[in-house]
Write a protein that binds this ligand. Structure first.
Ligand code: NAP
Length: 460
């Protein structure tokens, strides 16, 4: 049996449902709060009051790190998902269940308790604010999201037991997905993996993921995410869906209850119509490259801009130029502005540059407007240089020492622009860095586990 971990806010029913599931499976039940109490000899309330929230979280992490091996049912404290080391440990060879409830129900269930407030808000406001802050973390860390305010504990227990036995996806929906994948150019190896699961009648406990696009068969994401799933002992699989019809892809995604999608050309804008919620950054950029599904609700977000921002965080803010006016350019402009840079967007098609300029309130023009002395940071967000094609976007005599050149094109890693920039003495950032950092953001949204960039770097 997979170990079963219950997560969710205080009042969601973890310590009621946990023992029921444990009894049905004939395995021990551990409540991490109770474990802390028995180790310290003090109540959670006393620990919070005397030592503060951070110290309580340290006790909690210690308990989670030292959980016994083997089959168990575990109920965690409401804030356990806030630390990635906890999520990493809880997720190992486990199925994680998020018990979701409305803020109003949670507030009612926890009213009059002894717990000290975490904020200066009223009880109801605090419950709502904490839930809002943690909801994305719960959803990322969970394999199964259940409405604990709409079903009885017995009904929830039955659903959890069935998922523990058969995986979190319905196998009949998986058959339908396979028929759909057969109309695409899915690589035989990936098809066989899905097919094998259908034959055995048990799907994945930690979800099915895919990159969607047209084209996307060249994507290196499966060779990054699948080894990471293995490393973190997740029973999950990442494949590719190359298909022209986004509506058909999203219908399969919803029906099969897939956990997450990486979204690439040409769907990054259109996929927003299929999301129940969109993060504010993705809305401002106007594109979604990550979709996470939990409990039938889909959340769209954007990690492309983080992939551009993170490698530039040690570069002093200055004047920046972005070549291109597509989705990657929008993410680059947003990232540069978030770092306090002045931005000019230059694009072959002037009308698209103007549109970007208006959207982000920045200067706009055509590539001929480029002046070497005007810019500290140069970002190539066009496809110029892909596959090593010449001529380079800029020649070495148009670049100078001290400039930072970030080429978002990553095939080959040393593009013609990067070679020219090196010869001119510029600081160079290859497009692989964007890929690495956006993939880290995506893995965290998919699983709740934050990665070190080197963990992705060594896989590409
Ligand atoms: P997109 O929406 O199709 O935009 C392409 C841009 O390139 C447009 O502004 C287009 O100008 C311009 N362009 C194309 N051919 C050109 C040429 N021969 N000369 C001058 N400009 C040209 O694509 P995107 O999604 O923004 O992606 C842009 C680049 O970023 C791609 O090379 C992609 O590989 C790269 N990227 C990298 C990562 C990563 O992880 N490293 C992630 C995403 C994207 P017009 O408007 O005039 O057509």
């Amino acid at each position: 049996m997979k170990r079963i971990v219950l997560i969710g806010p205080r009042g969601s029913g973890k310590s009621t449902i946990g023992p029921m599931v444990a009894q049905a499976c004939g395995v021990p039940f551990i409540d991490t709060d109770e474990e802390i109490v028995s180790r310290t000899g003090r109540t959670v309330e006393e620990l919070f009051r005397a030592d503060g929230e951070d110290a309580f979280r340290d006790y909690e992490t210690e308990v989670i790190q030292n959980l016994p091996e083997g089959p168990l049912v575990i109920a965690t404290g409401g804030g356990a998902v806030c630390r990635t080391e906890n999520v990493r440990m809880l997720r190992r060879e486990a199925m994680v269940v998020f018990l979701e409830a409305s803020a109003a129900v949670l507030a009612d269930r926890t009213r009059g308790g002894m717990r000290p407030a975490l904020t200066s808000l009223s009880h109801d406001e605090e419950v709502a604010a904490v839930l809002e802050r943690r909801r994305a973390r719960y959803r990322a860390a969970a394999d199964l999201c259940l409405r604990a305010d709409e079903e009885t504990p017995a009904a929830l227990c039955r659903v959890i037991l069935e998922a523990a036995e058969k995986g979190s996806l319905p196998v009949n929906a998986l058959s339908e997905l396979l028929s759909f994948l057969d109309t695409t150019m899915i690589p035989a190896g990936e098809r066989n993996v899905v097919h094998t699961r259908i034959r055995t009648g048990a799907s994945w406990h930690n979800g099915l993921y895919a990159v969607i696009g047209n084209p996307c068969l060249h994507s290196i994401s499966p060779s990054v995410f699948n080894p990471l799933f293995e490393k973190y002992r997740l029973d999950a699989f990442y494949t590719r869906i190359e298909h022209p019809d986004l509506a058909a892809i999203m219908a399969q995604f919803n029906r099969a209850g897939m956990k997450g999608l990486s979204v690439t050309i040409p769907f990054k804008q259109d996929v927003m119509r299929y999301c129940d919620a969109i993060t504010p950054d993705a809305r401002e950029i106007g594109a979604v490259n990550t979709v996470v599904q939990c409990g039938g609700r889909t959340m769209g977000s954007n990690t492309d801009w983080l992939g551009i921002r993170r490698p530039l965080e040690d570069t002093p803010a200055g004047e920046a130029v972005v070549f291109g006016a597509g989705g990657a350019a929008y993410a680059a402009i947003y990232a540069l502005q978030s770092l306090g840079c002045g931005v000019t967007v230059l694009n072959r098609t002037a009308a698209r540059a103007r549109e970007a300029g208006e959207r982000f309130d920045c200067a706009a023009g055509v590539p001929d407007d480029y002046k070497a002395d005007a810019f500290d940071i140069i970002i190539n967000a066009t496809s110029v240089g892909m596959g090593g094609a010449l001529p380079p976007l800029l020649r070495r005599d148009q670049l100078h020492e001290g400039q930072t050149v970030f080429d978002l094109v990553y095939t080959p890693p040393a593009t013609p622009l990067i070679r020219e920039a090196r010869a001119a003495g510029c600081i160079c950032i290859p497009g692989t860095e964007m890929f690495i950092h956006q993939a880290c953001g995506q893995f965290e949204r998919f699983t709740g586990i934050a990665l070190e960039p080197d963990e992705v770097r060594e896989l590409i």
